[in-house]
Design a protein around this ligand. Sequence first.
Ligand SMILES: [Zn+2]
Length: 454
Amino acid sequence: MSVDLVVQDCTIVTPAGRAEDAGLAVNDGKIIAIGKSSRLPDANQVLDAKNQLLVPGIIDSHIHNREPGLEYKEDWESATRAAAAGGVTTVVGMPNTDPVIDHPEHLNLKLERGEQGAHVDFQSYAVVTSENLDQIPALDEAGVLGYKIFLGSTVGDVPPPNDGEIIQAMEAIRKTGKRLGFHEENGEIIDHYTEQYKSENKTDPIHHAHSRPVIAEKEAVERMITFANETGAKIHMFHVSSGSAAEAVADGKDSGVDVTAETCPHYLWFTEDVLQEKGNIARVQPPIRDDEEQARLWDALESGVIDCITTDHAPHTDEEKGVEDPFADTWESISGFVGLETEVPSLLTFVDQGRISVEDWVYYHSTRPAEVWGMYPQKGSLQVGSDADFTIVDPDQEWTLEDREELHSKSRVTPFEGENFTGKATTTVVRGEIIYNDGKMVGESGYGTRVNVN
Ligand SMILES: [Zn+2]
């Protein structure tokens, strides 16, 4: 009897270590064997991955897929096409769509649209605002992955709840066993400096960054940790951008709070100097920090304070972003850019530079996000019985993102255009189906399915 698929002659990497001349066998979408190539069963399809690394499917637990409602920026199909091309097998969509995902009906709408359009597997967060505290249990019942609160003004203008409502939300979410993540920036500090800079006619891209100082991020981390300590809620810090905020997360962990955190490739790759170079293209919230904060963020990553790598893939149109003149009035531009096709290459480049080990990369970018959001070991694992999701990468391929038109998303705005990488995803496999191989999309939209977490 032949199995569906065998991948052979590669190096398999998991957080626990690596195996040379290895491979794995897949049947009915699950991993059924893993080990030396010579011991694997016969298969209907055999993939030779010589000189390449096979890792558990990369998980991006922070993207803005924009559907429903904002399909002019991006939709499930285009976002997950970019994911597949970037070596990402599972994505989690943010709730600031239209409608916002604040009710089970909206969650179902979003996940049904995903079933129709997605190339890779997916899930979604629900938002908690002043208006929907009573929906927390129903959203859990409906199978939401986790919850999100925006603490300050953001893209989509989701109004932040007050501190009392946040504590109440934490108590309700603790009972679900799920995790609550934050856009952790103190809105009052940001609003103050934004108004001040605007009144002083400070309109450069760097002024947007400086209107959101590190203290706004650090204070929000500390306040949420204080609330979590009181309520026992499991919390998560999305897109940690600074060493100061990461150190606050470390203090929270030391004090016994169940706080997890993520950072994004752009905070590790660029310093705020990129704003002089690329202008509003690199405008993002929280902003890219100076070299001193970045160095301490790297320290936090190396010491295990940061749990996950995500992109905060945030597509916008060229007009919204102001691509034609990236140095025009920053207050007329918008925050965020795409990242799904540059996250694996940027992390592999850090591996090549010796800044992180390949095992740690796999942990931050696959296993740990699956654990943090309750998807492990169905996702984030190469165990027998797990979903056959894996990413094959060529760690030595040197390339430059010469032209953003190479990207697969609707929006192609990225500060990584023109950057040089060492390493690239070559093959993306979701539940045993090859969906991207050798520079070409092979899979079909609608193949992706929701990850069940209840
Ligand atoms: Zn985001």
